[in-house]
Design a protein around this ligand. Structure first.
Ligand code: AHN
Ligand code: ZN
Length: 333
């Protein structure tokens, strides 16, 4: 078909405007990438929500109010129910693998209850938070009633409560990553002087993962994270095994103004803790946020005594730790 002059003109205008439109489109899609010099398209950063220390405190008190969560006790069983139900209510998939037994150094056997909670298990990029939830059966560092368990408010309940408040925040504002909260059982049944006798739940988990090929970008263990005026130094084993995670967490704390809690020196003062099997058997870089006593070079003086009760919990410390964790989680892609 022969084209008249007018229709040739129209065709030209049409073709030219298509070309312009496509140029315009190209410009608008390529400009931001060029400007930010980013290679892969970035997922939008979600500002971290505000950690509520009253809520974390209430979760710690709820555990303490059940009584010492000594393996085999009714309080222990009730606490497993309480924590599972809470985590489920925050949209986590929760499992307590059955049929796992551990033997403590005094020859007792316990049905292990590791509580494993996963938010968006389908996501590849994951952060793992962990703490132990059991209470030590004795208070050997006290002067009386040493043979009775204490409240384990800071040693056990604090890390659990902080992670539970993180779970609640995640249910309200979804981060870009998956999150696993693992509450290890039978951490605190050990014998002083026998490093192998501690951390039985985490050792079991690390050698029998709840999911084949489970992996997380990194892990953060919370151990005694509620003490008034707590100092967290860079724990030596963590600094050696996962220096980049220590930096990530300590620099987040610094940014938020919690540098008085998260101090820059590195000190090796923890013998055995749950992050060791996570690093060595599960091969997940994992650090320990654990209170350091500058005066003694060890644990706080109420450690493994009856003074480890709700008086050993300070909401300002809970806020510093919890807000730092949220900052780290919501910064992760
Ligand atoms: C030892 O005391 C050998 N390890 C510290 C692990 C722990 C016990 N954290 C709290 N209680
Ligand atoms: Zn302990």
């Amino acid at each position: 078909m022969a084209l008249t002059g007018r229709s040739k003109n129209r065709l030209f205008i049409f073709a030219a405007s298509l070309l312009l439109m496509s140029c315009g489109n190209e410009t608008s899609t390529t400009a931001p990438d060029t400007a930010s010099s980013a290679k892969a398209p970035e997922v939008k950063k979600i500002p971290a929500p505000a950690f509520n220390p009253d809520s974390a405190y209430a979760y710690i008190k709820a555990q303490v109010d059940l009584g010492p969560r000594v393996p085999g006790s009714t309080a222990h069983a009730a606490c497993a129910e309480f924590l599972s139900a809470k985590l489920r209510s925050y949209g986590f998939e929760v499992m307590i693998p059955a049929g796992q037994t551990v033997k403590t150094s005094d020859g007792k056997q316990f049905a292990l209850k590791n509580i494993i909670a996963s938010y968006k298990p389908e996501l590849q990029s994951r952060v793992m938070l962990c703490s132990h939830w059991d209470t030590r059966p004795v208070t050997e560092s006290d002067t009386k009633d040493k043979d009775k368990p204490g409240d384990g408010a800071n040693d056990g309940a604090s890390g659990v409560g902080v992670a539970l408040e993180v779970a609640r925040q995640i249910s309200l504002l979804h981060p870009n990553v998956g999150v696993d909260i693992i509450y290890f059982d039978v951490e605190d049944y050990g014998d002083n002087g026998n490093e192998d006798s501690w951390c039985l739940g985490s050792k079991y988990w690390a050698t029998n993962l709840h999911k084949r090929d489970y992996v997380a970008n990194f892990g953060i263990l919370l151990d005694m994270v509620g003490g008034p005026g707590a100092v967290f130094v860079k724990e030596g084993y963590s600094a050696e095994m996962a220096p980049q995670i220590v930096d990530k967490v300590w620099s987040a704390a610094e940014r938020l103004g919690y540098g008085n809690y998260f101090q820059p020196q590195t000190v090796r003062f923890v013998g055995a803790d749950d992050h060791v099997p996570v690093n060595e058997q599960a091969h997940i870089p994992c650090i320990d946020i654990i209170q350091y006593n500058k005066a003694t070079g060890g644990f706080p003086d109420y450690h493994h005594t009856h003074k480890d009760n709700m008086d050993a919990i300070d909401k300002n410390t809970l806020k510093a730790v919890g807000q730092t964790l949220l900052e780290v989680i919501y910064s992760e892609q």
